[in-house]
Ligand binder design. Structure first.
Ligand code: ASP
Ligand code: MG
Length: 255
């Protein structure tokens, strides 16, 4: 059963029209893979906007309510994406982090994934539906809604890849792969087609954001390959973050 997880960041869905564009990528992958799981972030600057709203009401918002508010951003995206896929006659269904069984510790706004129980997704995947999961969020054992820290949708994508035994996780970003310096500031930046997890973590430790650091650590622990490419065009550069240590262990490591 070939399974893939595709993660789309906030920049890929800055406007309502963008959902139709990324639906095309998804329909194409669905021809290649039997099970396709999508993780998506909040549209454009939605999360920043929600944080601004919260701070306007309370300078130190209660953490529980802060998470309750911030998770709304990703809920907007999952529902709109399911609609965009339906408009292309691709059956799809959206789930929040809690419905997906992303279990976290109870540290609001900085929660860590402690387990993933995606039972609900399986029957939909087997029925050929694309399953769309709201990134950046989970539920504590006490049943409270939590968030995984800024950029946490990357970690949602890797955690689901691990739990559902995906062949790899694809990240669709506004840059085509990983470069030795920031290609947006430096036109002579060199593209790096292959990185080990350690190399990716080292770049991240220098303050350059590739993916949420926690997601790279999680991928490393479970030897799951990560692919970075742009949503902007096809046949552009791709960077892989992986280690050639196969076969992968059958045991999932979240902590
Ligand atoms: N929307 C959240 C953020 O902006 C999570 C994410 O994008 O991964 O941090
Ligand atoms: Mg975001």
């Amino acid at each position: 059963m070939k399974t893939v997880v595709l993660k789309f960041g906030g920049r890929s869905v800055a406007t309502a029209q963008d959902f139709s564009e990324i639906a095309n990528w998804i329909v194409a992958r669905k021809k290649e893979f039997e099970r396709v799981i999508i993780v998506i972030s909040a549209m454009g600057n939605t999360t920043d906007e929600l944080i601004r709203l919260a701070k306007e009401v309370h300078p130190e918002p209660p953490r529980r309510e802060y998470d309750m508010l911030l998770t709304v951003g990703e809920r907007i995206s999952i529902a709109l994406l399911a609609m965009a896929l339906s408009a292309k006659n691709q059956e799809a269904i959206s789930f929040t982090g809690s419905q997906t069984g992303i279990i976290t510790c109870n540290r609001h706004s900085e929660a860590r994934v402690i387990d993933v129980k995606p039972h609900r997704l399986i029957s939909h995947l087997d029925a050929g539906r694309v399953v769309i999961v709201a990134g950046f969020q989970g539920v504590s054992r006490e049943g409270e809604i939590t968030t995984l820290g800024r950029g946490g949708s990357d970690t949602t994508a890797v955690a689901l890849g691990v739990a559902l035994n995906a062949v790899h996780v694809e990240f669709f970003k506004d840059v085509d792969g990983v470069y030795d310096s920031d290609p947006k500031c430096n036109s002579s930046a060199k593209w790096i087609p292959e990185l080990t997890y350690e190399e990716a973590l080292q770049i991240a430790s220098q303050g350059r954001f590739i993916l949420q650091t926690r997601s790279i650590e999680l991928a490393k622990k479970n030897s799951i390959p990560l692919m970075i490419q742009t949503f902007k065009k096809e046949n552009s550069n791709i960077s892989w973050i992986r280690q050639l240590e196969f076969p992968r262990s059958q045991i999932c490591h979240y902590e």
